[in-house]
Ligand binder design. Structure first.
Ligand code: ADP
Ligand code: MG
Length: 454
């Protein structure tokens, strides 16, 4: 058997399959036999076998045909490798293992003064690439490799929960990995606004300006919220120009392209559109499946294909919800001490299954359901009380109005008892922040949404 056969096949596959998928499914495979063109591939576990047979058979056969003279057929056999434990291998460690150089551990978010706001968990390796996001991915990779030269500014746009923040943060992490001396800053446009306004109040706008102009890579997330805040926009415009002129990289995201941001001055629209624009759309079925497998594997769980398929077909709108559905399933199975199965997935998900075809509920219904879920009165949510037990549900209600109903902040503020619109903004971002890390909150949200669409 030719020694270089399998490496050659992997080389072929690597270019046609996303990096995360390649690492997850091909890392511990090898060819153990080639009998006159009948090739046997060893794989580490049954899940990988199933996955290769179902999803990658054509790719693998195609590659074998190209590199193996007289190729006739391929079969897969489970063979534990001596270096491996029988337990499922964490995708995380598989992904790490694909890196050529020794892995540099990223400093934690907050401890790195040189990279404020950057979260080490968002990397290119953990990002699954599909047709819905490949342009954005490629643009981000190019920027990470050559910041400030190509694609400046880079403008990413697309709906909620489709991976904009993940990709921008991945650029920041990659730039820091390549050159730890680079000053990379990530801010949401709300942080930027608040910081600017407070410097204005304290008459410290000069140090604010100086700080932002020292940065090598400036990442501003959800730029649509800057619109209409005139003084902040003005300051941002100056910062933007100063950085741009000295070839510092700027990366922006928004829920829509610059031209469509209502209330943004034309000069900024054209500035934002002057570099590279890339959109991210809703992922297709295959990408959703791959994301589920990757996320499950990262938690040490290999999901049966039918479960992956069911979840991927049920949750179509965005990836955050897909993660939510998976979290719910895994938590439920762990709690009951059972393996994930199709019937459990169906029982858990069916309630929310058809809702993407329904009309969104009204703001009043949201108040009603959230109050009901937390055993409160609607009047508690709309009233002035600031007790902890009321504040969180109130914030959740506003979050749902924003993300599920797409209401404006002023509208949300008025529905929830005539509050100030900055309160609504603050509440929504508070929940967004918590959802990143708070598993319990995510599940509560899934529960509330189920009631909402029941
Ligand atoms: P956005 O900023 O567009 O609203 P996020 O970047 O916050 O979306 O993504 C929502 C969640 O989905 C995050 O946990 C992110 O890691 C995950 N996610 C999004 N796209 C992908 C992808 N292509 N591969 C893996 N995870 C993804
Ligand atoms: Mg985001």
């Amino acid at each position: 058997m030719e020694k270089g056969l399998w490496p050659a096949v992997l080389g072929e596959l690597e270019v046609s399959i996303s990096r995360a998928n390649f690492a997850t499914w091909f890392k511990h495979t090898s060819v153990i036999a080639n009998d006159n063109g009948f090739v046997t591939v060893a794989v580490p576990n049954i899940f990988t076998k199933e996955w290769l047979e179902k999803k990658y058979d054509t790719d693998i056969k195609g590659a074998l045909e190209r590199v193996c003279d007289g190729f006739k057929g391929v079969s897969y056999t489970v063979k534990a490798q001596h270096t491996q434990t029988p337990e499922p291998v964490l995708a995380e460690s598989l992904l790490m293992a694909t890196k050529p150089a020794p892995v540099i551990t990223m400093p934690q978010v907050t401890s790195d003064d040189n990279a404020p706001g950057i979260n080490p968990k968002y990397t290119f390796d953990s990002f699954v690439v599909g047709s819905s996001n490949e342009l954005a991915y490629a643009a981000c990779m190019a920027v990470a490799k050559h910041p400030g030269t190509k694609y400046n500014p880079l403008f990413l746009y697309g709906g909620v929960g489709l991976g904009k923040t993940h990709l921008m943060q991945a650029v920041g992490n990659e730039i820091k990995r390549r050159d730890p001396a680079k000053r990379v800053a990530y801010v949401t446009s709300e942080d930027f606004t608040n910081e600017f306004l407070s410097s204005l109040a304290r008459k410290r706008t000069e140090s604010f300006a100086a700080k932002y102009r020292k940065i090598d890579v400036l990442i501003v997330d959800d730029i649509q919220f800057l619109a209409r805040k005139e003084r902040t926009v003005e300051e941002f415009f100056h910062t933007f120009n100063a950085l741009h002129q000295s070839s510092k990289q700027i990366i922006l995201s928004s829920d829509r392209p610059p031209q469509a941001i209502v209330g943004l001055q034309d000069r900024l629209k054209s500035r934002f559109a002057s570099g590279m624009m890339a959109d991210i759309s809703a992922p297709d079925l295959e990408t959703r499946s791959a994301i589920l497998q990757n996320k499950a594997a990262a938690q040490g769980v290999m999901l049966p294909l039918e479960v992956v398929d069911y979840l991927a077909r049920s949750v179509v709108s965005n990836i955050r919800e897909l993660e939510g559905a998976l979290t719910k399933l895994l938590a439920n199975c762990e709690f009951r001490g059972v393996e994930p199965s199709l019937s459990i997935a169906q029982a858990l998900i069916s309630g929310s299954n058809s809702r993407h075809h329904q009309k969104p509920p009204s703001a009043k219904v949201v108040l009603d359901k959230v109050a009901g879920y937390f055993d409160l009165q609607v009047a508690d949510l709309t009233g002035p009380k600031r007790d902890k037990e009321i504040v969180l549900p109130r914030q959740i209600a506003m979050y749902i109005m924003r993300h599920e109903l797409g209401l404006s902040f002023p509208k949300i503020a008025s529905v929830v008892g005539g509050r100030d619109h900055t309160t609504a903004m603050h509440s929504v971002s508070k929940i967004e922040g918590k959802l990143e890390s708070d598993e319990g909150l995510r599940q509560e949200l899934v529960g509330i949404k189920e009631r909402l669409y029941a």
